[in-house]
Ligand binder design. Structure first.
Ligand SMILES: [Zn+2]
Length: 275
């Protein structure tokens, strides 16, 4: 073989090796670097664990349906207490809900109840079902009272009390429309098995009241209007009214003490109406 041809062959062999190596390195880099965005997404999901994913909201997904995948990532949630997707959505006498707000994922919990209908948001309903089943296993029979109440229904309720007792008295027994925790779809009034103490403070001494006070947090519920916190929450002690916030927060709040309020734990304003 002539020397020139040999050199040419050697050069080709060298080039093949070099490019082959480059290709392998590129493959290796792709394999290790590509999964990074997925990892980032996972961390974000953990950080926002208490918030349902934006993509669950029908209106949102309609708006973003045509956009590429990456742009569907939610913009950072500024305030979990006003974001209607958040399980910490706050309704008290200082913080009304967005006017006319109604949750998009209401359903009837599959539990024994006082009324024909007491819808709750899907996740809260599932947690409530689990809680009622656990109570039953401990020999405690719970009954669901009110769940979600619409702003319109709350208006009828409140104005009825206003007509009957005057609005000053009405404010002590009912929320004004737009201010009720029940409008979040995350709240439940719970009755004892024979409703003997339903919606009364005597419930705290019943087996149902005691069980709820000690175990509701295990299922993501907190006592929304605890004893001794009337000035802070703006409501009298309601040993029957429980609010779903998710298990992590419910446990954290309960671990402060059994009568720790939402307002205290999160440092948000409560108490009476502005006027
Ligand atoms: Zn209630």
């Amino acid at each position: 073989m002539p020397t020139r041809k040999k050199r040419k062959l050697r050069l080709w062999a060298l080039l093949t090796v070099v490019f082959g190596a480059l290709a392998l390195i590129t493959l290796a880099i792709n394999a290790f670097v590509k999964p990074a965005p997925v990892q980032e997404g996972k961390e974000k999901a953990v950080a926002n664990a208490e918030l349902p994913e934006k993509s669950d909201v029908t209106e949102e997904s309609e708006e973003t349906a045509d956009e590429p995948q990456e742009e569907e990532e939610p913009v950072i949630v500024a305030d979990p207490f006003t974001d209607t997707d958040s399980l910490l959505l706050l309704a008290n006498k200082k913080h009304p809900l967005p006017d006319g707000y109604a949750p998009y994922d209401l359903r009837e919990p599959n539990v024994a109840s006082v009324y024909d209908s007491a819808p709750m948001r899907d996740e809260a309903a599932a947690a409530l079902e689990e809680m009622f089943a656990a109570a039953a296993e401990d020999g405690v029979t719970l009954l669901l009272g009110s769940g979600y109440r619409s702003q319109e229904y709350q208006y009828q309720l409140y104005s009825g009390y206003c007509d009957q007792y005057g609005c000053e008295v009405a404010d002590t027994i009912s929320s004004r429309p737009g201010f009720s925790d029940h409008q979040t779809g995350l709240a439940a009034d719970i009755a004892d098995h024979d409703r003997a103490t339903y919606l009364t403070q005597e419930m705290e001494d019943t087996p149902e009241g005691i069980w709820l006070r000690n175990h509701a947090h295990e299922y993501g519920f907190i006592m929304r209007y605890p004893k001794g916190k009337e000035e802070i929450t703006g409501y009298a002690y309601e040993p029957w009214h429980f609010r779903y916030v998710g298990r992590d927060y419910a446990a954290a709040i309960y671990n402060v003490d059994e009568f720790c309020s939402f307002e205290e734990y999160f440092g948000v304003e409560g108490g009476d109406y502005y006027e």
